[in-house]
Design a protein around this ligand. Structure first.
Ligand code: NAG
Ligand code: NAG
Ligand code: NAG
Ligand code: NAG
Ligand code: NAG
Ligand code: NAG
Ligand code: NAG
Ligand code: NAG
Length: 903
């Protein structure tokens, strides 16, 4: 049977080539009259033979005819037949049946073997035969891109991707055409292509090949094969574990959009493919509606589009056929398969030749159609990539302009790019220049333009945000006026006005978030936290240190020391007079002294105390218990005092203590040391004092209102003005910045309040949440901290880092030494009490001895004790009451008396 067909084919071929002019013409004229009964106005039958997706194919075929008929005088009419896949014999029978009924064209099944078979028959009968799968059969009308063209598209994609080494996986021999094309395009250029056939055993198990791919270590893979095996291939590749972020695929199949891609969307594998038509176009949507599929274009991005490329091409083939019937008449002539020479479709070849010269641009799904020889041209291939959000078109290829990639910017985040509306946006961003460290001009020998002319913390921050969110930006100097809102006049000024009037999107500088500003603009979460603080001169080293030795003790200690000294000296004096043991014989050689002398005169008492205090001797020796006690206590006291003094003096002499003019905000309020203060004229610092309820701050506000000469235009002016008598109030972050660079300045005290710098944006701006999230991320990653460190402590800083620590030593206060004083006080007190008591005993004994009354003796002794001028006691004094007494004259007794009274 096959041989018969071939002989037949050869005969027909010969007849076509050599006898066309005569024989054909004869036939034409003969048949025309004969077949008149086949009226021209009758619908033209076209036949569809399907072996796969018959239902969808049928719907598309009907729909294509319906669309075409809208433009035709003689309508087309469909005849649909179904055959088993690959059953050529059955297909042959059906074709013959169709031919018998008379058809103008045949749209064939997808099986290549069947198609080849049917092509020969149709060709013999001069019936146009349309085929919509990839092959190189020149006789059929095939709108499918030629393998060579496909190779070109693939080649340009591979060179764009710069793959110099990849694995070429193909399903069966016919796909080697693509490889051949590639190799001829590469020429001598060194590209390593490993070629593997994935369907070796034809049992739908590709895993052994896939495992080899995995082991090979190559990660760039080009896959080409039929649409039937490709989904299974992808599935098995995933099972083997080679669809992940390490692998890159190019799927050289035009039905990629029809596969179920849901499982591969999130694999992070880089999968690129091609498509011949976009499922999102209107004509496709109409077909989908006809099929009863209510797929929105969004869903089609996940793949699983029910319209395969061969369906789309069948649709286009119908349009091409219809277009040709507009120009050439076609009659439905019954043809007999077995009839060898006679029954050929009248003017069939003319029809076919005409069709090859047509250019059709309307009503097609796959773009314009025209032929270059037998090869269909005019289409464009979309380059598509699989993303978590679905299929994305990233470029196109066509014959003229080769490959163009129009990739849209992608963000790193896998989840985020579903509605990444920030991508492709351009924002205008206001800075205050120069305003170090937030923004300043880059110093450069060449003139810089655009964003590159600025640098600083704010510029870095916006760069980080742009990288995270994928937007573009234009930096603009917004000036020194950050803006404020006046509720009474309903006006806004400065940067805020620029934002409200939509001349800018964002303002990034040291812009404080305040309630007043928040009425007209929105702020992001703060990117920096701070408060108002005082900047003043670094505490100065003391210049005149003449009395430095006084420093170890506080004034109170010194005063009390002096007082103790006097009191103790006085105690010696009193106790000395009161205790008889202190009255001594001035001339030890004279047995019976006439007078006794007391060593504790006022001068001697002071001298004794001084000697002890300075740790020197004084050649005086207390004899009475009371004076000895006081002396011991005093020695102990001086021991401790002198040790403390010495120890502290060493510290004071080695570390020079700076004088601190002001220590806190309270010192400022009191103008301690005559220090005045000011702030920036307009801004949130002034605002803070104006609004504050705290009495101290109210007082400061009053002062600043009364003395506008202390206010400055900018913070920098204020910082320059700081001196011994002028302190400046501003934000702690700026203070930190300046004190790192001006070593004579320092921050005083803690911050007065808590606030933050934020990014200002229009009210209810749609991207606000995105910015906040990005800022939070930057904060959590420590990027903000790193940036602050860079601009504060690294760029142009580092000169004042050493010697910043304050000396910690302080003078010894009363509270440190009070214990020593207590010991001294109590000890001396007890000694004094003892002295008085023993004095009374002495009076009593003396009264007994002289037989005088206690009162008389007491008065006599008291009088004598109070006579501070006399330090000698005349023993044989006639004026004395003792001379009138009974035992007034025993000469020896005075010595005895002396002895007995001493103890
Ligand atoms: C896929 O890989 C190519 C290079 O092989 C690269 O140009 C492209 O950007 C990648 N696509 C994605 C989404 O990463
Ligand atoms: C070979 O590579 C070079 C540079 O890489 C390129 O300029 C040239 O066009 C390539 N030749 C072919 C035949 O691809
Ligand atoms: C390829 O290589 C051959 C020999 O190495 C050389 O003769 C030929 O010119 C080369 N072709 C191209 C396109 O570089
Ligand atoms: C496509 O993907 C989106 C989100 O990825 C999902 O909401 C939608 O249901 C998917 N559509 C289909 C047809 O699977
Ligand atoms: C496309 O590629 C071909 C072959 O490399 C080249 O001759 C042609 O100039 C290219 N066209 C464009 C627009 O780049
Ligand atoms: C990005 O901008 C270009 C040019 O302005 C535009 O053609 C493209 O559609 C935009 N893409 C997105 C995703 O908005
Ligand atoms: C608002 O503007 C009015 C008129 O210029 C002025 O009197 C008032 O002091 C302003 N208010 C504030 C809070 O600046
Ligand atoms: C303030 O002015 C703006 C327009 O400039 C207006 O939309 C708004 O309603 C005004 N607000 C008040 C409180 O008058």
């Amino acid at each position: 049977m096959f041989i018969k067909q071939n002989i037949y084919l050869v005969l027909i071929f010969l007849s076509k080539q050599f006898w066309f002019s005569t024989a054909q013409y004869e036939k034409w004229s003969n048949k025309e009259y004969e077949n008149d009964k086949y009226s021209f106005s009758k619908p033209i039958q076209i036949g569809l033979i399907t072996d796969q997706y018959s239902e969808e194919m049928g719907i598309i075929f009907e729909h294509a005819i319906e669309v075409a008929n809208g433009e035709l005088k003689i309508p087309l009419e469909a005849t649909k037949e179904e055959v088993n896949y690959g059953d050529s014999f059955q297909a042959y029978g059906i074709l013959c049946k169709l031919l018998q009924n008379g058809v103008g064209g045949i749209f064939g099944p997808s099986s290549k073997h069947t198609a080849r078979h049917l092509t020969t028959i149709c060709d013999a009968k001069d019936v146009p035969y349309f085929f919509s799968e990839m092959n190189e059969n020149p006789e059929a009308f095939n709108l499918y891109p030629h393998p060579m063209d496909f190779s070109k598209a693939l080649y340009f994609l591979l060179t764009t991707y710069k793959w110099s080494r990849f694995i070429f996986l193909y399903e069966s021999v016919e796909y080697l055409n693509i490889l051949n094309g590639l190799q001829s395009l590469y020429g001598n250029n060194s590209t390593t292509i490993t070629v593997l056939r994935y369907d070796i055993e034809m049992n739908n198990n590709y895993k052994s090949v896939l495992r080899r791919v995995k082991k090979s270590g190559d990660n760039c893979i080009v896959v080409t094969g039929s649409s039937d095996t490709m989904p299974e291939f992808l599935k098995q590749a995933q099972q083997v574990g080679i669809i992940n972020k390490d692998y890159k695929y190019i799927i050289a199949n035009l039905d990629f959009h029809a596969f179920d891609l849901e499982e591969y969307k999130y694999t992070e594998a880089n999968i690129t493919s091609f498509r011949l038509f976009s499922p999102e176009q209107k004509a496709v949507q109409e077909i989908l509606e006809k099929m009863g599929q209510k797929s929105s274009s969004e869903n089609l991005r996940n793949g699983s589009c029910p319209i395969t490329v061969s369906m789309a091409l069948t649709y286009d083939s119908v349009q091409l056929f219809a277009e040709t019937t507009k120009h050439l008449r076609v009659r439905n002539v019954p043809l007999n398969c077995s009839d060898r020479s006679e029954s050929v479709l009248d003017d069939g070849s003319t029809f076919k030749n005409y069709m090859r010269t047509l250019k059709l641009a309307k009503r097609t799904l796959t773009g314009p159609i025209y032929f270059d020889g037998n090869v269909r041209k005019g289409y464009a291939l979309d380059i598509i990539e699989l993303h978590p959000s679905g299929i994305m078109k990233i470029g196109t290829w066509n014959d003229y302009s080769n490959l163009t990639i129009q990739r849209v910017a992608q963000t790193n985040s896998v989840i985020d790019n579903v509605d990444n509306s920030l991508v492709n946006q351009t924002f205008t961003i206001l800075l205050n220049v120069p305003n170090e460290p937030y923004a300043s001009l880059v110093e450069s020998f060449e003139k810089l333009e655009g964003n590159s002319q600025y640098h600083g913390y704010g510029v870095d921050l916006i760069k980080e945000l742009a990288q995270k969110l994928g937007f573009n930006y234009v930096l603009k100097n917004g000036g020194n006026d950050y803006g404020s809102y006046n509720a009474t006049t309903n006006t806004t000024t400065g940067m805020l006005k620029e934002i409200i009037d939509k001349r800018a999107h964002l303002a990034i500088t040291d812009l404080t978030i305040t309630a007043a500003r928040q009425e007209v603009v929105d702020f992001s979460i703060p990117f920096m936290n701070l408060g108002i603080a005082i900047i003043h001169v670094e505490p100065q080293k003391e210049t005149q240190a003449y009395f430095k030795f006084m420093d170890p003790f506080s004034n109170g200690v010194w005063w009390l020391l002096g007082l103790s000294f006097l009191l103790v000296s006085f105690s010696f004096f009193i106790l000395g007079r009161l205790s008889p043991s202190e009255w001594d014989n001035p001339h030890p050689c004279i047995e019976e002294p006439t007078e006794l002398v007391n060593q504790f005169t006022i001068g001697n008492s002071l001298w004794f105390t001084t000697g002890a205090l300075l740790q020197q001797g004084s050649e005086m020796e207390p004899k009475a218990i009371s004076t000895r006690t006081v002396a011991s206590i005093w020695w102990f006291f001086t021991l401790l005092m002198v040790s403390s003094y010495t120890a502290n003096l060493a510290a004071f002499l080695t570390i020079e203590k700076p004088t601190i003019l002001i220590n806190s905000i309270d010192d400022l309020v009191e103008h301690k040391h005559g220090v005045v203060y000011g702030a920036k004229k307009m801004g949130s610092t002034r605002e803070f004092f104006e609004k504050s309820e705290d009495s101290r701050y109210k007082k400061m506000n009053k002062f600043m209102n009364e003395h506008p000469e202390y206010l400055t235009e900018t913070n920098m002016d204020g910082v320059k003005r700081v001196s011994m008598t002028y302190a400046f109030l501003m934000e702690s972050t700026s203070i930190e910045y300046h004190t790192m660079r001006m070593c004579n300045l320092s921050k005083i005290g803690n911050t007065l309040d808590e606030k933050g710098y934020g990014i200002a944006m229009r009210k209810n701006w749609e991207f606000r949440d995105k910015f906040n999230n990005a800022l939070l991320e930057l904060q959590e990653q420590g990027t903000l901290e790193k940036m602050k460190n860079k601009w504060w402590n690294e760029m142009g800083a580092g000169i004042c880092t050493s010697g910043k620590q304050r000396s910690e030593e302080t003078e010894l206060q009363m509270k440190n030494l009070i214990g020593i004083y207590i010991v001294l006080g109590v000890g001396s007190g007890l000694a004094f009490v003892y002295g008085i008591v023993s004095w009374f005993f002495y009076i009593r004994t003396k009264a007994k001895h002289y037989h005088l009354s206690m009162k008389e003796v007491f008065l006599e002794e008291f009088k004598f004790a109070l006579d501070f001028n006399s330090h000698t006691r005349i023993l044989k004094n006639t004026a004395s009451i003792y001379s009138r007494g009974r035992n007034s004259l025993p000469t020896d007794s005075s010595k005895e008396e002396q002895k007995s009274l001493q103890h």
